[in-house]
Design a protein. Sequence first.
Length: 93
Amino acid sequence: NRSQNHTIQLQAGKSYTFFADCDRQCSDIDLKLTDSNGKTIKEDNDDDDSPMFGWRANRTGSYTLTVTMPKCDTEQCEYSSQVFMGTKPVFDR
């Protein structure tokens, strides 16, 4: 049940898609986007191993993407997280 924060820079008016995936020893991974004040903007905390959501940034600045793995069957699980930027929403959840 560990978390890792990633500071990311987003641009106002751009659409972003956020995705994470974990290895075979992990059965649940969660993703949360917060603003510079710590306010949650979007999150996917479903009980699955592929969280994703989309969001259109309303201001340029630093944001925090937090990856949490509530269920890992070994001492150390690995994950990857991606952020895709575009001009149109790809996935709006």
